[in-house]
Design a protein around this ligand. Structure first.
Ligand code: NAD
Length: 413
């Protein structure tokens, strides 16, 4: 099943509960605009290299569209379309005044030098600058992009349109970025885990966590959870799974990755090293956090999973067929559109600060983030209880209801 089909399936389960069918269903699902562009750069050795870039603007009923930029070899129109639609429901679940969008370039950034990535970003902006802007569509970081890419993006966009840092979020703090943006997604994942385990009556010390993916989201989730006394017993990245049944020393793991030239876990020896996919099937795990790619839990490997709780830090990690099996088995899943919404929430705070030419303290960012995530979690939990559905369907019910209401008030367009 392709990524967009999977998102559409989750949408449909909730839409059916709400009686959203026919042309209205179609109007909510259909992306407003899809752009595919050629991105050509000169390599450091003088040769040309060609890439394909995408921006999908799914929906702007609730406000300007918002969504990340992904640099990854698997990026294609189907994936970007799926991720753009997820952003629409995500911004609605946490009640931000935004619609949804997503973009990316089919490229392996590890194969390019820093200067080449800068040229790639600037060439992409040259192609799409007219369709993004602070009041229309505001990009942000995602897999394979970071604060430096955001700074180049803004600088290139401003060459056409003049000073306006709110065109993009996730910028370096010294360059109109927000304090706490980099940690926000992982922190949100961690704080939701704490809330859920409290609700389920489990103490942190007796709750073993495993995290797949040790990039921006995975590292910050691991840090937050180990600081709140959860034993993080396994983490993985493209170099393998790193496992200690009594809990990894996350500070020492983080120190190791910071010293690695590609920020990898590779070479960390203070624990057992297992194959990359072993993490999903570890028996003593109570909370599994996929924080890498989409589509990692499928009908084929779902039987290996023992964890009673899954927090979807990544976008779309569970295929619909596997999701149904997990639900029937009583596994509690916090869905991506709630679990990883901390990132877009603090992106919203950054945009607000840029527009007001005012800076918030880190404490204020963290407090407001916690407030937003708590309110969204309670809302999703209550809706799930009220409709007797999964947390995922409940989150979609909230998202669809809010978007539909905005469309009805303003008129479909
Ligand atoms: P990142 O590029 O910083 O990190 C990705 C990590 O996953 C790396 O450690 C990489 O080695 C690892 N990885 C890749 N393939 C793997 C595999 N097969 N098994 C194990 N590990 C693997 O990306 P990120 O920003 O941390 O994003 C991770 C996920 O979270 C993505 O799905 C992204 O869409 C989602 N997300 C990110 C943000 C954000 O603010 N960065 C916000 C919302 C959602």
């Amino acid at each position: 099943m392709r990524a967009f089909e999977a998102t559409q399936h989750f949408f449909d389960v909730a839409a059916e509960q709400l009686g959203v069918v026919g042309e209205i269903r179609e109007a909510l699902l259909m992306p407003h605009r899809e752009i595919q562009v050629q991105v050509t750069i000169e390599r450091d050795d003088g040769r040309l290299a060609n890439f394909v870039g995408f921006r999908v603007q799914h929906d702007n009923y609730r406000g300007p569209m918002k969504g990340g930029l992904r640099y990854h070899p698997d990026v294609d129109l189907d994936e970007v379309r799926a991720l753009a639609s997820l952003m629409t429901w995500k911004t609605a679940v946490v009640d931000l005044p935004y619609g949804g969008a997503k973009g990316g370039i089919g490229v392996d950034p590890a194969e390019l030098s820093l200067r080449e990535i800068e040229r790639l970003t600037r060439a992409f902006v040259d192609q799409i600058h007219d369709i993004v802007g602070p009041d229309t569509d505001i990009p942000a970081p995602d897999m394979g992009t970071d604060h430096r890419v955001m700074a180049w993006f803004r600088n290139q966009w401003e060459k056409y349109h003049g000073f306006n840092p709110s065109v993009i979020t996730g910028k370096p703090v010294e360059e109109y970025g927000a304090k706490g943006r980099e940690e926000a997604t992982g922190r949100g994942v961690g704080s939701l885990t704490v809330k859920l385990m409290k609700r389920l009556g489990r103490s942190p010390q007796q709750t073993n966590v495993a995290i797949q993916g040790f990039g921006n989201v995975g590292t910050h989730a691991a840090k937050f959870l180990s600081e709140t006394q959860f034993p993080v017993i396994a983490v993985s990245d493209i170099s393998g799974t790193y496992y200690n049944p009594s809990g990894l020393d996350i500070r020492s793991v983080l120190r190791h990755t910071l010293q690695h030239p590609r920020r990898l876990l590779e070479g960390y020896r203070e624990c057992e090293v297992l194959p990359i996919d072993a993490l999903l099937g570890l028996e003593e795990v109570h909370v599994l956090i996929p924080a890498a790619l989409g589509g990692v839990i499928t009908e084929k490997n779902v039987d290996q999973i023992h964890a009673p709780v899954i927090i979807e830090a990544a976008n779309g990690p569970i295929h619909p067929a596997a999701d149904k099996i997990l639900y029937d088995r009583g596994v509690t899943v916090i869905p991506d559109i709630l679990a990883n919404a901390g990132g877009v929430t603090v992106s919203y705070f950054e945009w607000v600060q840029n527009r007001q030419h005012y800076r918030w303290t880190l404490d204020r960012v963290r407090q407001e983030l916690d407030h937003t995530m708590t309110e969204a979690f309670e809302n999703v939990w209550q809706t799930a209880t009220q409709h007797d559905v999964s947390l995922r369907t409940a989150a979609y019910i909230i998202g669809i209801t809010r978007v539909l209401r905005a469309a009805e008030l303003a008129g479909f367009h």
